[in-house]
Ligand binder design. Structure first.
Ligand code: ADP
Length: 483
């Protein structure tokens, strides 16, 4: 229960104040490992969203006027506090999300790394001076913050998805209104509290907690004062937010669903491929948008790859994320569990064979056994839909051309992985894959230094790296005449 949790705010944070919803509504946050209620949080609606937008608007000019040095120093302090209190934040994260404590701690450090990165990058928002066609003037190009940004974030990385948006936006000189997922609001609230301690001024960073996602999202997208929407979540909600944002012609960054191919060629280093598969597939119980979703294995190594992967998967330690040595926690909710169960059942009915797992785990209601299925074909639902569960479907292939076509045969284009020791093949396939990110002989590729993002219906915009800052900047051209 709450008493055992580190102290964590449970109110919304608007304009520098912790506050409840005007109508007094609250919602429960539960631990997916046990079903226990761990907190009751303010359930905001339109009124609070409007107040948060107004606060962010009022703070915008002052924050943008602060030079990059002091702005970065605040972000750096925020990062330091997050690192100092990583254990506490990790426990809150595990309680509301379910992931193993070691992964939760890793996520906190990963989230903090965006604050560090953008605190430094803020100093390098360069413009340029371009020679004009005419002798008596010069073309000046500068970058300015886009203004008030709205962020809507998911439950699978409740700290990191928020921090990589907030760090970039604030570094660029933008203010923000963020709506975390209702499953995991506490990680956002504790992050906001550390932001206050670090010196983020009132109104610059606001958190609207809510179960009324459509209402809050409707207000954020309808407001002409919100100049940008940044979203991480499902493609369906992303489409809706884009439609809604059209009326006020907002800038947008969309980090949406994926259907990542994980391709292992006969010439791969099998040890590396197995390690990569374990990391890419089973992190966060398979609930990441870059998780390997279709494992394409070339025919020459399929039997050995399948046998070794199944043995590793069967040995994974499943349980409450707080359990020592835990490697796989519960799924986030009943809908997530039911989807995983359905996809495995449908694959079985269509002729696929379960090599490991394939049923509910004894650890509890929302736990699914880490699973490997072989004999999967591209038409099966498990290969068509984003699984978001600990299930590895193995699909055989014979040639490079065949697997490129199969891998690209999806509306998604977020992450792809390929394992080969042939340098020419690595280049050829890496370039041919229609994905925003390609891991070559690596199963994990996220980093604050790298541009994270997708193509096709996985979205657009990049988070992290120099490009991550560009997404929060407008280009301004001034013509300097009278020379
Ligand atoms: P998931 O199915 O993984 O929960 P969603 O795309 O539904 O993914 O959720 C991602 C985020 O989008 C969450 O913060 C959720 O509350 C929010 N969300 C869901 N529906 C809407 C909506 N209609 N408008 C705005 N935000 C929404």
């Amino acid at each position: 229960m709450l008493a055992t949790l580190p102290a964590c705010p449970t109110q919304a944070y608007i304009g520098g104040h912790w506050c409840d919803a005007e109508d007094g509504r609250r919602f429960d946050v539960t631990n997916p490992a046990t079903g226990a209620v761990i907190a009751s949080v303010a359930d905001c609606g339109v009124t609070e969203t409007r107040a948060a937008i107004a606060a962010a608007k009022a703070a915008q000019a002052g924050w943008a006027a602060l030079p990059a040095g002091p702005r970065g120093a605040i972000l750096r302090r925020w990062r330091d506090l997050m690192v100092e209190r990583a254990d506490e934040l990790a426990l809150i994260l595990t309680r509301e999300n379910g992931k193993p404590l070691t992964e939760a701690r890793g996520e906190i450090l990963y989230g903090a790394s965006y604050l560090e990165w953008f605190a430094e990058e803020a100093k390098r928002i360069y413009g340029e001076i371009i020679p004009s066609a005419s002798a008596n003037n010069r073309i000046l190009v500068t970058k300015q913050p886009v203004g008030v940004c709205a962020a809507i974030t998911p439950w699978n990385f409740p700290n990191a998805m928020l921090m990589r948006k907030a760090a970039a936006a604030l570094a660029a000189g933008c203010t923000m209104v963020a709506k975390p997922a209702a499953e995991t609001p506490l990680s956002a609230l504790i992050a906001a509290q550390l932001g206050i301690e670090a010196g983020v001024p009132a109104g610059v960073f606001n958190i609207v907690t809510s179960t009324r996602a459509a209402e809050v999202g409707g207000e954020l997208t309808a407001s002409p004062d919100v100049r940008k929407i940044t979203f991480t979540g499902s493609t369906a909600v992303g489409r809706l937010l884009l439609q809604q944002s059209a009326a006020t012609v907002k800038k947008a960054s969309m980090e949406l669903g994926g259907n990542a191919p994980f391709i292992v060629f006969d010439d791969a280093d099998l040890d590396a491929a197995i390690e990569g598969a374990m990391a890419s597939k089973f992190r966060n119980a398979g609930q990441t948008c870059v998780c390997a979703n279709r494992m394409f294995v070339q025919s020459g190594i399929m039997p050995e790859f399948a046998r070794r992967l199944a043995a590793r998967v069967a040995a994974l330690k499943v349980g409450d994320g707080e359990m020592a040595g835990c490697e796989v926690g519960p799924l986030i909710n009943e809908a997530g569990f039911a989807k995983t169960e359905r996809l495995v059942a449908e694959a079985r009915e269509a002729g696929a064979r379960v090599l490991a797992g394939g049923a509910r785990h004894a650890a509890g209601e929302l736990f699914y056994q880490p699973t490997v299925i072989e004999g999967v074909t591209p038409e099966m639902s498990v290969a068509q839909e984003e699984i978001f569960g600990p299930v590895a479907p193995l699909i055989g292939f014979k040639t490079e051309a065949e697997v490129i076509a199969l891998a690209n045969d999806t509306i998604y284009g977020l992450a792809a992985y390929l394992f080969t020791r042939d340098l020419g093949r690595a280049w050829r396939v890496g370039e041919a894959l229609e994905y925003g990110m390609v891991g070559i002989n690596e199963g994990i590729m996220s980093s604050a230094a790298a541009p994270f993002g997708g193509v096709k219906q996985s979205g657009f915009g990049r988070e992290g790296s120099r490009q991550g800052l560009e997404d929060y900047l407008d280009t301004k051209y001034m013509l300097m005449g009278g020379l």
